[in-house]
Design a protein around this ligand. Structure first.
Ligand code: ZN
Length: 246
């Protein structure tokens, strides 16, 4: 069983297409929200995600904002104008799809949430302290989140009862143990923020009792997407940050 884990696509179709091509075969897809916002192709991205096999998808703060399920007050000016453009551009069927997404889902041994299991829409899982505050908020061995746009792995060390974080290396396989509660973040497909502009995604491989986690990075035509953002007169900062991976 091979599960493709996507998060924070942010209306970046070339990045999504590059990830799907790079991932090869998969049985199911888990999407951690923010399919739209910032980027130039919201309808194309929602429609592509909706067609993926075995899809489980949760709502992100941008998905909530563009469908009026969330006040834009917490957004900075650029994020707000991008959300307003996306609201106007989204087809009704795609807006209805986004507005109906759950905030949290449980599938097998995994809990899926955009931000954190404690506050799925807004809270950022940035460090071991945030992780510690959240380990009591999901009942499965594993939880996968997005929202920070940075790959991460936090686990509750059974020996010390302390939270440890792991530096995630591109393409490396990490063995997960159901005895060790772990929070994973696959990074962002469409707007990475770790100064590496390559699209980021996760793969879960289940082989008998073995559960493996892997984060992969893949190049795509970043400058083409930056050009599209500028041509549509969306905030220029969203084009610049794509080129920088920030
Ligand atoms: Zn996001």
């Amino acid at each position: 069983m091979r599960i493709l884990v996507l998060s924070d696509i942010h209306a970046n179709l070339p990045a999504l297409e590059a990830v799907l091509a790079h991932a090869g075969y998969y049985d199911a897809v888990w999407c951690l929200g923010d399919i739209v916002g910032y980027g130039p192709q919201p309808n194309e991205c929602v429609e592509m995600v909706r067609g993926l096999p075995g899809l489980e998808c949760v709502m992100g703060n941008h998905d909530a904002a563009v469908t009026n399920s969330l006040d834009l007050e917490g957004f900075n000016q650029d994020a707000r104008s991008s959300a307003e453009w996306t609201s106007k551009t989204l087809k009704l069927s795609n807006a209805v799809y986004l507005s109906a997404l759950s905030k949290i889902r449980q599938t097998g041994q995994f809990t899926l949430a955009h931000g954190t299991p404690r506050n799925p829409i807004w809270e950022y899982m940035l460090n071991p302290f945030n992780a510690l505050m959240n380990f009591g908020h999901f009942k499965t061995p594993f939880c996968i989140v997005g929202h920070t746009h940075v790959p991460a792995m936090f686990y509750l060390d059974p020996a010390s009862d302390d939270v440890k974080s792991m530096d995630i290396q591109d393409g490396q396989l990490y063995l997960l143990s159901p005895q060790t509660q772990t929070i994973l973040n696959p990074g962002s497909v469409g707007q990475p923020r770790d100064y590496d502009p390559k699209a980021s995604y996760g793969i879960i491989t289940v082989q008998g009792d073995r559960i493996l986690w892997q984060v992969n990075r893949v190049s795509y035509a970043v400058d083409q997407v930056a050009q599209m953002i500028l041509k549509l007169k969306l905030p220029a900062a969203h084009a610049e940050r794509l080129l920088m991976g920030w």
